[in-house]
Design a protein around this ligand. Structure first.
Ligand code: NAP
Length: 669
C-alpha cells in the first residue's frame, strides 16, 4: 500500500498518522493512503516565491521553453510507469493516453510556441507601439512580466497528469513557480509525475511543490502576486473563489468548472448522410471515454425532432458494442468510474435527471455495488426540454447523456444556451448558414464551438479534446475561466503594464528598437557583422537611386506585371491614387534590396520573410529613393544562427516615406 507524499520545499514528506485510504475502483483493494495533519503553507509559499520564482525569472522565455521541452521528453521516456499506475484510476490504456500523452504533448506545444511566439528575453511586448505625441518623442507600449508570486493549482481527479501539466507549462513559461494540489482520489498518479520532475533535475528548485492533502490554510496566505487556478466542480469553485482572502487581496482566480456540454445534429443532416455516423461516433466516444468522467464530455444531445428515434437506435447499436470491464484487459473499451464514491455521486445525479427524462438506453443501477465501480452507459430522452431544468443543470460525471428533440434552429440555439455556460458545444453540419448563426448566437455561452462534418472528420480533433493552441474554459457555470489558448494562457500568469516614455527608453525596456529611438551608424556594413556583433538600433543609410521610365518598362516586361497604373499614363491619371504612371511597389522592394545588400558571403544566411509592408506614397519616373536599414530585434533560433529583424524604410528625394517593412534574415552568431 503506497503512502502518497507531499513535495514541500524540495523535500518529500510522508502522510500523517491518520491518513485517508484510497481504493482501486476495480479490485476494491487499498492501493494508497494520503493526508497530512497540516503543512507549512505560509513557508511553502515563501519558498516558491523566493527560491523557485527567482530562479525562473532569471531565465528568459526561450530558456524556459527549452526546459519545458526537455522535461516533456523526459516524462515521455517514463510513460510506461505512469500507464501502469493509471490503471488504478479505472482508466483503460487509451484513457491513460489522453491523460499522460495528452499532458506531455501539451507541454511540447507550449515549448514550441514559447520559442516561436515569445521573445528571446524576459519581457513580452503585448501589441504595437501607441503613438501618444505628434512629434514622436513620447510613445506607449504594453509589456507583460511574470507575477512575483506562486500559482496554486487545485486540480480535479479525472486528469491527474494532463490537468497538472497543462497548467504547469504556461505557468513556467511565464516564469512563475507552482504549488500543485491534486485531487486526493488520484493524487498517487500526480505524485508519480512530480517525482519524475524532481528526479529529472530539469526544473529549478522551488519551481514545483505538491500538497497531497487538503490545502489547509494555504488560501489564507495568498497575496496579490499569487494566483489560483482551480479545476473541479461548480460547488467547490464557488466556495474557493469567495474565500475572504482571495477577495480582499484581489488574488487572480481562474476557474474551470463542470459543464453541461451539448452536441447538435444540424437541421441539414439526414440519417442516411455520412455525417450522421460522425455524430453517432462522436457521442459514443464522449460518453464512454474515461467512463464519461471528462469535463468536456457530451451531456446533452440536441437532434431535430423527426430524427430523435434514428439517433437513439444508432446509439443503442454502438453503445451495445462497448465492452465494460477491467481496464487492464485489452478487449475492454470502458473501465470503471474512479471510485465507489463517484459511483454513488453519478447514481444520485442520474436519479435527479430521471425526474425530467426517460431512460431509453441502459438501466439505472439499484444501488452502489460493494466492489467494482463499473457504471454502464445511460441515455435519457427528455420529451419536454423547454420545461425541464435538471437535464440542463445536473452534471452526472459518468457515461450519462440526455437526448432531446428540437423544432428548428432557433429552438436548438435556445436549448444549447440553456446549459448556463459550457466549455464546449459541437455541431455536425455542412451548412455555413447554420455554423454562422450558431457561432453568433451561442458563442457568448460557450468557451469553444466545434463544427464537424464528413469533410473535416478525418482530421478533426474531437469534441472533448481541449487543445493547447485553443482556449479552454467557458462562461457561467463552466467557471468563467480561460486556460491554454497558446500564448493567451501564458499571459494569465503575467502582469500587463502600460509603459509610456521616449522611444529610446521604450527600446531599452523592450529590447526591440522603437521607431524614434536614437540610432547609431553601423561601424561596418551590417551584413558583414555577426548576430552577436550587431546592436539593436544600428543602421545604415544607402546612396540614392533614381527611378527611370525605362526601369518601369523593363520591370513590367521582365515580370509580366503590366498593370495599367505602371504602363498607361492616361488610365493611371484617371485613378484617384496616382498623378500618372507609377513605379511598381515590387520594383521598389527589389531596388531597395539592391541598395542595402552586401553581396559577398558573410554572416547573413537567408532572407526568411517580410512583415508589415506598406506602400505610403507613389513613386514616379524621375524620383530618387534611398533606404535606411536598422536592426530592430534579435532572436536566437538554433545553436548556429539567429533571426535578425530589420526595419527597411524607403524614402524619396524629399525625405518622404514611400514604403516601409520589416525584413527577417537568419544570421550566424
Ligand atoms: P471537486 O470535488 O470540486 O475537487 C476539485 C479539487 O478541489 C480537488 O483537488 C479537491 O481536493 C479540491 N477541493 C475540494 N474542496 C476543497 C476545499 N475546501 N479547499 C481546497 N481544495 C478543495 O471536483 P472533482 O470531483 O475532483 O472533479 C470533478 C469535477 O471537475 C467535475 O464536475 C468536472 O466537470 C470538473 N472538471 C472540470 C474541468 C474543466 O477544465 N473545466 C476539468 C476536469 C474536471 P480533494 O480531492 O482532496 O477533495
Amino acid at each position: 500500500m503506497y503512502k502518497v507524499q507531499s513535495f514541500v520545499k524540495d523535500q518529500w514528506m510522508g502522510p500523517s498518522s491518520v491518513p485517508t485510504k484510497i481504493y482501486d475502483p476495480v479490485t476494491g483493494e487499498q492501493i494508497a493512503c494520503i493526508g497530512h495533519d497540516g503543512l507549512p503553507s505560509s513557508s511553502m509559499l515563501e519558498f516558491g516565491r523566493d527560491v523557485g520564482g527567482s530562479a525562473l525569472r532569471e531565465m528568459g522565455f526561450h530558456e524556459r521553453a527549452k526546459m519545458i521541452k526537455a522535461l516533456a521528453v523526459y516524462l515521455g521516456e517514463h510513460k510506461e510507469t505512469l500507464y501502469n499506475i493509471s490503471y488504478h484510476t479505472g482508466a483503460t490504456k487509451p484513457d491513460s493516453m489522453i491523460d499522460i500523452d495528452g499532458g506531455i504533448a501539451t507541454m511540447l506545444v507550449f515549448a514550441s510556441k514559447g520559442r516561436r511566439e515569445l521573445p528571446d528575453g524576459q519581457i513580452y511586448i503585448d501589441g504595437s507601439v501607441e503613438e501618444l505625441s505628434r512629434d514622436g518623442t513620447f510613445k506607449g507600449i504594453h509589456i507583460a512580466t511574470p507575477l512575483l508570486g506562486v500559482a496554486v493549482h487545485i486540480n480535479a481527479f479525472n486528469f491527474p497528469v494532463w490537468g497538472m501539466l497543462e497548467k504547469l507549462a504556461p505557468t513556467w513559461l511565464a516564469g512563475v513557480p507552482a504549488i500543485v494540489k491534486p485531487a486526493s482520489q488520484t493524487a498517487y498518479l500526480a505524485e508519480a509525475v512530480v517525482r519524475l520532475i524532481d528526479q529529472s533535475g530539469i526544473v529549478p528548485r522551488g519551481a514545483i511543490q505538491m500538497i497531497a492533502c487538503p490545502s489547509g490554510d494555504l488560501l489564507d496566505h495568498l497575496i496579490a502576486q499569487d494566483l489560483v487556478s482551480f479545476t473541479g466542480s461548480e460547488e467547490t469553485g464557488s466556495l474557493l473563489k469567495s474565500h475572504p482572502n482571495i477577495l480582499k487581496n484581489a488574488v487572480r482566480f481562474i476557474s474551470e468548472q463542470d459543464s453541461l456540454n451539448a452536441t447538435v445534429l444540424g437541421p441539414d443532416i439526414h440519417p442516411d448522410d455520412p455525417d450522421f455516423l460522425i455524430f453517432i461516433k462522436e457521442i459514443t466516444h464522449e460518453m464512454t471515454s474515461k467512463s464519461g468522467q471528462k469535463c468536456t464530455a457530451i451531456r446533452r444531445i440536441l437532434v431535430p425532432q423527426e430524427n430523435v428515434q434514428y439517433v437513439i437506435q444508432a446509439l443503442r447499436v454502438k453503445l451495445s458494442e462497448i465492452a465494460i470491464g477491467d481496464p487492464r484487459e485489452e478487449q475492454t473499451d470502458m473501465g470503471s468510474l474512479v471510485s465507489l464514491a463517484q459511483f454513488e455521486d453519478v447514481l444520485n445525479k442520474v436519479n435527479i435527471i430521471a425526474q425530467d427524462a426517460d431512460v431509453v438506453i441502459g438501466k439505472i443501477p439499484k444501488g452502489v455495488p460493494l466492489k467494482g465501480a463499473f457504471f454502464a452507459p445511460i441515455l435519457f430522452n427528455c420529451k419536454d426540454p423547454d420545461l425541464a431544468s435538471n437535464v440542463h443543470s445536473v452534471e452526472a460525471f459518468g457515461p450519462v447523456a440526455t437526448i432531446m428533440g428540437y423544432r428548428d434552429l432557433d429552438h436548438a440555439i435556445f436549448l444549447l444556451n440553456k446549459g448556463g455556460g459550457s466549455l464546449v458545444a459541437s455541431v455536425v453540419t455542412k451548412s455555413g448558414d447554420v455554423a454562422r448563426e450558431v457561432s453568433y448566437r451561442c458563442s457568448p455561452w460557450h468557451g469553444r464551438l466545434y463544427f464537424n462534418n464528413f469533410e473535416s472528420a478525418k482530421s478533426s480533433t474531437g469534441h472533448g479534446s481541449p487543445l493547447p493552441h485553443m482556449i479552454h474554459g467557458g462562461p457561467g457555470r463552466a467557471g468563467g475561466g480561460e486556460e491554454m489558448g497558446g500564448i493567451r494562457g501564458v499571459m494569465q500568469y503575467m502582469q500587463r503594464t502600460a509603459i509610456q516614455g521616449h522611444p529610446s527608453l521604450l527600446s531599452a525596456i523592450s529590447g526591440k528598437h522603437v521607431s524614434g529611438a536614437s540610432r547609431e551608424v553601423a561601424p561596418a556594413h551590417p551584413f558583414t557583422r555577426s548576430f552577436n556583433a550587431l546592436n539593436i538600433g544600428e543602421m545604415i543609410k544607402t546612396p540614392k537611386r533614381e527611378i527611370t521610365l525605362s526601369d518601369i518598362d523593363h520591370f513590367a516586361k521582365f515580370t509580366g506585371d503590366t498593370f495599367y497604373a505602371h504602363m498607361d499614363e492616361v488610365a493611371a491619371k484617371a485613378n484617384p491614387f496616382f498623378l500618372g504612371r507609377v513605379a511598381h511597389g515590387y520594383l521598389l522592394l527589389s531596388f531597395a534590396a539592391g541598395l542595402f545588400v552586401e553581396p559577398n558571403p558573410g554572416p547573413v544566411l537567408a532572407n526568411t520573410g517580410l512583415d508589415n509592408l506598406v506602400f505610403l506614397k507613389p513613386v514616379s519616373a524621375g524620383d530618387q529613393i534611398y533606404v535606411t536599414l536598422t536592426v530592430i530585434e534579435k532572436t536566437r533560433r538554433t545553436n548556429e544562427y539567429g533571426e535578425i529583424r530589420w526595419s527597411v524604410e524607403i524614402d524619396n528625394q524629399n525625405d518622404e516615406r514611400v514604403a516601409q517593412y520589416e525584413l527577417l534574415t537568419m544570421c550566424t552568431y
